[in-house]
Each structure stands twice: as C-alpha cells, then as structure tokens.
Design a protein around this ligand. Structure first.
Ligand code: MG
Length: 244
C-alpha cells in the first residue's frame, strides 16, 4: 500500500530531479555475450581457451635465460629444475592472467629454511610467488610457500608434504605505468594453494630486492612468465594460462 510519506518523497524526487544515490546511474546491461569456454575434465585440467605451457612432454613453450633452449629435465609427466642451468621463461608474453601450475619439492628433504625446495613463479618475470618446501620448515613468514616474496606472507600455510604434488591457481593483474614510467596502477595477485585462498588480491609493492625496498621499474604491458632455478630439484607439471 502506498503511503502518504512515500507519495510526498516521490513528488519531491520528481520536483528536484533527485533520486536515491544507488539508483542515480542505471546499470547498463552488457552488450557482449560471455564467450563459451569448455571447462577441463577436472578443475585442474585446462579449459578450452587456455594456453598449455607444459603438458608433460617438452619445453617447446619455454626458453633459457639467454634466449637459448630451456635445459631443465623433462621426465615422465613433469619437468625438474636442473640446478645451475638458470631460470626458464615462456616464449610468449602475458599481462593479466589466470595461471594454473603444479609443483613438488624433493621427497628426500635436504637443507633448511630458504634452502629447502626453493623455486619461484615470477609473474611477468618480475613478481615472485614463492615456491618452497614449507612443510615443517621454518623461515621468515613472507618467504614461505605462497608468499609474495618479502612482501606478503600467505594467509595460511596450506602446504602438502615433500614429494607431494601441490598446485597454485593465480589471478594476476599487471601493473600500469604512465608515460614517465611512474606506476599508476600497481600489480595485484590472488593465489589459491591446493585450493585454499592464501593471497587475496594483494597489491604488489614492486620488484623485491634483498638490500632495499621494493620498487616498480616500468616495463612492457606483457612479459614472459619465469620459473626460478634456485639450485634445488623442484618439479613442475600441468602448467596452463589464460589471458584475461
Ligand atoms: Mg624462490
């Protein structure tokens, strides 16, 4: 039933042209229909619009640090860091992405802290999501598995044991720079570790250094993804990525 008060306020709104703030700008309906994507058999399998970066067979989508061949060891369905051969980077460049990557640290535990099963997923080759054996392994909190290295500790430690396969599902927003090279929109990252949210859309401070604060250095809108050779035989498998 319409009350007097409602009628008065409606009349007032009509006179002044005002309306409740939340109705001020009618939300325009989207004009484009969402594209059809066929999901993978499981949520770990690549959907139809993903670029498969490693399917267990070869490193055709990767290269070494000097632009030469990637020299990590491909066995069975995984690739293992060959210590001393350097990081590997994708042939293709990416900006905003959804990334799925599976990894395992050595089953035979060796070393402590940062020297146990260390590797890393460098988004745009710049911003590291740490890979580490963080199962019963103490280190600084923003250096454990799933940390945005030296910036954000993971919200929780969702690590599986050494030798077990683990996954990261990462949503990354690339930073934007103005013409002077100043950052105007920082990178942001969300990470699920073994399906558990551990980074919730955090704003990255820039490139991490050991001896000075993180800083942004302007770079192209798309760059290769890089995996770290930290001298430990960490394994990766089932790597796929979607451009956003
Ligand atoms: Mg690392």
């Amino acid at each position: 039933m319409v009350t007097r008060v409602t009628l008065v306020s409606l009349a007032l709104a009509a006179v002044t042209g005002s309306a409740p703030a939340q109705d001020a700008a009618p939300f325009p309906p989207p004009k484009t229909e969402p594209a059809i994507v066929t999901p993978g058999r499981t949520n770990a399998d690549p959907p139809s619009d993903a670029i498969v970066l490693f399917n267990g067979r070869d490193l055709a989508q990767w290269r070494g640090g000097n632009g030469g061949a990637a020299r990590w060891n491909v066995r069975d369905d995984y690739v293992e860091v060959a210590a001393g051969t350097g990081d590997i980077s994708t042939v293709q460049s990416f900006g905003d992405v959804q990334l799925h990557i599976e990894w395992s640290t050595p089953a035979v535990v060796k070393g402590e802290g940062q020297e146990r099963g260390n590797s890393g997923v460098f988004l745009m080759g710049q911003y590291e999501v740490q890979v580490l054996d963080s199962y019963n392994n103490k280190t600084y909190y923003h250096g454990q598995a799933g940390a945005v290295y030296k910036q954000y500790a993971p919200l929780v430690n969702a690590s599986r044991g050494p030798g077990e396969w683990q996954s990261y599902d990462i949503v990354f927003h690339a930073p934007k720079f103005d013409e002077q090279g100043k950052v105007i929109d920082r990178a942001r990252v969300t990470v699920l570790h073994n399906g558990v949210l551990i980074q919730n859309n955090v704003e990255i401070y820039g490139i991490t250094y050991n001896d000075r604060p993180a800083v942004y250095i302007a770079h192209p809108a798309a760059l290769p993804l890089r995996l770290q050779d930290h001298g430990n035989p960490v394994r990766y498998r089932n790597i796929w990525i979607r451009r956003l």
